[in-house]
Design a protein around this ligand. Structure first.
Ligand code: NAD
Ligand code: PPY
Length: 355
């Protein structure tokens, strides 16, 4: 293999990679596009197999943010931060973690507003409070400090709205988006997944849950959920799979045997390869494109922090995710394309129009 083939290509604008010797952490900030406005997207902090994996995650996640903002009609571009930790966050002491956040804040500040961050896997509102000590370019600081809080509850509301729209498209339940009696499998019971699970249970779904953290499963089981092993998620018969962990759950091979009728969840980049969407469509499985379904958090953060929206306006706009998906499903049916393609086309039209 020639050298050129080993250098990954990317259609984004800028990616910085920094190392801090004191903490042993690597910091990646990827700005994919500023065409619709300043780039924005959360900070993911976790352990990666290599720095290359962290760069690859950040650049792909930043591209997804561009599409998410465009599809949601928000006047922002796409970016993302990844902090590759030297050890799992739970194993880092408070001072170590604080220093990591301070280095990250200084890096974000250097973008001078071209990029604004927010919470994602491994970071929360309390961490945004720490970033805000150094930089104004962090959304979602805690309500205790006068901020709007994390976007996770809005993301969960949007995902549940997406589940309802996809269930109706699949002709399941009462035909009107009701999930009563349907088997809904939530993968990942974190900030978003735990709330989606609650919403599904409140709507009388039969709840199945999977998480690598057994305590999170036990808590859900105490409220009546059935626990599924994390390795069995894509082999467990159910009506709806709701991916709310990390991405890459579905490649074409997994899609060929996935025993469900609907996939609608919060995880970014759920499709691991280009053919997965095609296989799902051919099998009649309704897939709600992740960047449409999970836009509630972006709507909350951008709405509250940039556009001056009230919580009520954020909720109304988040519920519109259902309408957007109805449109995407209809467009896919009309043109014989995948729902993923239809949603990408919608975002691309908005990006082209802006240019
Ligand atoms: P989180 O870190 O709070 O929760 C993730 C959960 O997934 C954790 O409970 C973790 O133990 C579990 N998990 C990890 N790997 C797993 C596996 N292999 N199998 C089962 N469970 C596993 O993160 P979150 O904020 O809830 O976000 C969930 C997903 O949604 C992420 O992909 C995130 O990028 C995406 N997302 C989040 C938001 C938001 O507002 N927080 C917005 C848009 C998209
Ligand atoms: C995401 O939606 O994936 C996020 O990263 C949340 C977010 C959205 C907009 C700004 C900051 C964080």
């Amino acid at each position: 293999m020639g050298i050129a083939m080993m250098v990954p290509s990317w259609d984004g604008e800028l990616c910085t990679v920094r190392f801090d010797r004191e903490t042993g952490a690597w910091f990646v900030i990827a700005v994919h596009s500023t065409r619709l406005g300043p780039a924005s997207g959360g900070t993911r902090a976790m352990v990666y197999p290599s720095v290359g994996d962290a760069v690859s995650d950040a650049t792909r996640l930043a591209a997804a943010m561009t599409t998410k903002m465009a599809a949601a009609g928000l006047p922002m571009g796409g970016g993302k931060s990844v902090i590759a930790l030297p050890a799992p966050r739970a194993a880092l002491d408070g001072a170590h973690w604080r220093r990591i956040l301070q280095v990250h804040a200084a890096n974000v500040q250097e973008f001078d507003g071209t990029y604004t961050t927010g919470p994602d896997i491994g970071t929360d509102s309390a961490d945004m409070d720490v970033l805000r000590e150094t930089t104004p370019f962090a959304f979602g600081r805690s309500t205790a400090t006068g901020g709007p809080g994390s976007g996770a509850p809005a993301t969960a509301l949007g995902v549940f709205t997406a589940v309802r729209a996809a269930v109706a498209e699949a002709g399941l339940g009462d035909g009107n988006g009701g999930v009563a009696g349907l088997r809904v499998l939530v993968q990942g019971l974190g900030a978003v997944g735990a709330r989606v699970a609650e919403l599904a249970a409140e709507a009388c779904a039969e709840l199945l849950v999977a998480d690598v953290d057994p305590e999170r499963c036990t808590a859900a089981a105490a409220r009546g959920a059935r626990i599924v092993s994390p390795t069995e998620v894509t082999r467990t018969r159910c009506d709806v799979v709701v991916p709310c962990a990390t991405g890459g759950l579905l490649d074409a091979r997994v899609a060929r045997t996935l025993p469900c009728a609907v996939v609608a969840g919060a995880a970014n980049n759920q499709l691991a390869d280009a053919d997965a969407a095609l296989v799902l469509a051919r099998r009649g499985i309704v897939y709600a494109p992740d960047f449409v379904a999970n836009a509630g958090g972006a709507i909350h953060l951008v709405g509250r922090e940039v556009l001056g929206w009230t919580e009520g306006q954020v909720t109304r706009r988040t519920l519109q995710i259902g309408r957007t998906l109805q449109w995407v499903f209809a467009d896919a049916r009309t043109h014989g394309i995948t729902t993923e393609q239809a949603a990408h086309d919608l975002a691309a039209r908005r990006l082209t129009h802006a240019a």
